[in-house]
Design a protein around this ligand. Sequence first.
Ligand code: SF4
Length: 337
Amino acid sequence: MCREGCPVYEVLRFETVAARGRYMLIRGLLEQRYGINETVRKRAYQCMLCGYCLYRCATQTTDAFIALRADVVEAGFTIPEIDRMVRSLVHYGNPFFQEKPKPQLAPRSGSVLFFVGCTYAYIAPKDAQKAATLLLRIGYPIFQRRDEPCCGQVLHLYGYLRDQAAFEERLAAWLSDTGADLIITACPGCYSALKRLEERGQAPHTLHLVEAVLEAQPRFHPLKLRVTWHDPCHLVRMHRMPELPRQLLRQIPSLRFEEMPRHGYNARCCGGPALFYDPELMLEVADRRLSEATSLAVRYLVTSCPLCEYALRKANRILNKRRVILPVQDLLLRALA
Ligand code: SF4
C-alpha cells in the first residue's frame, strides 16, 4: 500500500498526509464540503512531493498535490517562510536573499552551458565548483554566466504557479541569449525545470551530471572505498533514473557498493523539501533515511542533489549519525585517471 512508504505518513501517521487521504481532502474541496482553511494549508505542505506516489499510487501523478498548493496560495493561506523565499526570488532572483550574482565557477565562454542553480551557487559553491571541474576534466567545453536566473522550480513545487510562468518566460529568453546547444546541471530540481522547458522547445537538450559523465565514458582509477547511493527523488522517480547512477559507480574499479534497504524507485526521501518551512518534519524524515545508511558498513553516502546533500548533512550533524555525505562529483574527481 502506498501509504506505508510515504515518508511523511511514516512520521505523522495521519491518513490525510498520504496519497489516498490527500485525494479525499481534495475531493472534499471540489465538492465544496469545506473551503481552504488552516488544516488544508497544513496538509498541503506536509508532503515532500517525493513522487513515491508516482511509483506506488494508481494515479501515477503528484500534479493534484501541486494544484492543491496553487489553490491554497490563491486563497491567501500561504506559509510565511515560503512567502519570504518567493519575495527573495522576485527581488534578488534567488530564494536565499543573496544580493551578489552567482560565483564564477567555469569559463565565461564555451558551447555547453553549465547551469549551476541557486542551491549549489549560494549554499554549496565548493561542491558546485567540483562539478564544473569534473565536467571540464572529462572534456565538456562548458561555460557559465554569473547572471544565471533561478530556474523557478521552487515556485512550481510550492504552488506559486503564476510567478512560475513569468520566471520560465524570463529563463527561456536568457537561455536563448546564451547560445548554448547543450545544458548540463548537477541539480535535479533545476534539471526538472529545464526539462519542462526543453519539452516545450524553449531550452536546448539538458543532461544531468550523472548522464553527462556516463556519456563521456571517462576512465577511472581504482578506489578502495565502500559507499552507498541515495537516490534524489527527482532523478529516480520524476525522471526514472534508478540505473544510471549505479551504472556510473560500477565503472570505478575496486569501489564497493551497498544498497540501503530502500533504494531505486522505492528510495526514501531525504526530507529536504520541508527544510525551509518545517525543520522538525525534515529532521524526522532525514533521520529515517540516515538510519538506513548507518545499518551498512559504508564510509560514504553518495548522492547528486544539492538539497539532499544539505538536508542530510544538516540532519547528520544534529543527530550525530557519523555518516559522510559525498556529492558524486567529489567521488568521481577522486577516481579520475
Ligand atoms: S509525494 Fe511523497 S510525501 Fe507526498 S504524499 Fe506522495 S509519498 Fe507522501
